[in-house]
Design a protein around this ligand. Sequence first.
Ligand SMILES: [Fe+2]
Length: 286
Amino acid sequence: MRDINQFTITEAVKQSFKTEEGSRLKFLLETFIDHLHDYTREVNLTHEEWMGILMFLYDCGKISTPERHEFILLSDVLGFSALVDMINTRGGQTEGSNLGPFYLDDAPRFALGGDLGGGRDGAVLLVQGQVRDSLGNPIAGAVIDTWQTDSAGTYPIQEQASGQDKYDLRGIFTTGEDGKYWYTTVLPKPYTVPYDGPVGRLLRAGNRHAWRASHLHYIVRAPGYRPITTELFFDNTDYLDNDAVFGVRRSLITKLEPVKKTDSLPPTDKVPNARCSFDFVLAPEG
Ligand SMILES: [Fe+2]
């Protein structure tokens, strides 16, 4: 009979999995077990603490719905999401940033120059720029999928109980031959990540706030290129230095400017009074 103790159990657990030699799954699993067991030994985890962790994860699952992803939020506030984004950003491409918990993969499509705001309160913001490759060539037909809060810092998807449409303030645009895109929307505001659940308890336990710097979310795709998931921040917003989910990168901050009469602007359905510009750079697949 094998003799398992607190020092030999790690190897025994690893050997119990009959995963393919040299496979990625074997590597991921064994490294995870190593770190999990090392952590447990290092902190001398008590039964109460062990059960506390398991119940915390149970609570994260219990509060999750197709429209509330508590595990993504947990990953975000632990910097896990940001770390994955960072190590998967290729040199030359736009830096990645948080997907967040509010993405829907079937947003409505808009023509260039369209307005996402739909008559909502707030400054009318023109967002414009270009999608290009790392050599500076424009990418025609790139798909820009965006979503954001309103001018009060709320995602409509969070307010369905009060009659808001979950597809509001989100849309898909396609770049023209010159790779350019432009549209109007309302200027978003900082907001708190949901803190009425287990992740909120974690933040409070760590004396942390739940605020995010105001931002626009993007997924940008084009055939033959690696898709990017990222966020665009404004230079005048609060929480750039202490965003609750560690999403801010220097390269993702854009200058927010008032529109002047002398500005030459692309045609839009709605007249903007503020503007910002950002170019997305995609790296080839593979
Ligand atoms: Fe967000």
